[in-house]
Design a protein around this ligand. Structure first.
Ligand code: AMP
Length: 190
């Protein structure tokens, strides 16, 4: 199985691009944000706990998302691999992912990082707020907190994956089609 990670700050276009890529390469899309929003909608205990953290722009505990990822890997069949979107978001999650995959003697195939500047994050998320109605998109202070969380907790993964020789970066500025082409150019190699 192939395990691709679509990496980048909030608002970089990971969700949009993931939808196109899973079809092109017969992969299963796992968005931990989407899975968490489903739990919130269903009113589960996990959802109730996650809601406060998500709406403050903080991360949910590593164990919560790690468990979600492992059960998706086990339950989804009939695909050539997985495209992870929004996971891993901390070095601890990246290490946990390596350990989960090591159980079946597998490993991360490649990381594709979509890069955009901070100001563009705010513009794009504010625009998305009107379309998707996400509570964590609606307030500039929360968006700023998510950007700060990205820089402090998620960005260090870049060095982790560079050291593993798995890191690939594409420019996230441009039309959806342009960025999709850049991502496909990387994924075509694997
Ligand atoms: P996203 O849809 O990827 O922007 O995620 C929305 C929110 O869900 C994030 O701001 C976090 O609060 C939470 N979340 C999603 N994925 C993770 C993860 N891998 N680790 C911790 N929290 C996450």
């Amino acid at each position: 199985m192939k395990y691709f990670i679509l990496f980048g700050p909030p608002g970089a276009g990971k969700g949009t691009q993931a939808t196109a890529m899973v079809e092109k390469y017969n992969l299963h899309h796992i968005s931990t944000g989407d899975l968490l929003r489903k739990e919130i909608k269903a009113g589960t205990e996990l959802g109730i706990k996650a809601k406060t953290l998500i709406e403050a722009g903080c991360l949910v505990p590593d164990e919560v998302v790690e468990g979600m990822i492992e059960s998706e890997f086990k339950s989804v069949k009939g695909v050539e691999g997985f495209l992870l979107d929004g996971f891993p978001r901390t070095i601890a999650q990246a290490e946990a992912l390596d350990q989960i995959l090591a159980k079946t003697e597998e490993e991360v195939t490649a990381v594709v990082s979509i890069m955009i500047p901070d100001q563009m994050i705010i513009d794009r998320i504010s625009h998305r707020a009107a379309i998707e109605g996400r509570a964590d998109d609606a307030n500039v202070d929360i968006i700023k907190n998510r950007i700060a969380t990205y820089h402090s907790q998620t960005e260090p993964e870049i060095e982790y994956y560079k050291a593993a020789g798995k890191y690939n970066e594409v420019d996230g500025i441009g039309t959806i089609d342009e960025v999709r082409e850049r991502i496909a150019d990387v994924m075509d190699k694997f």
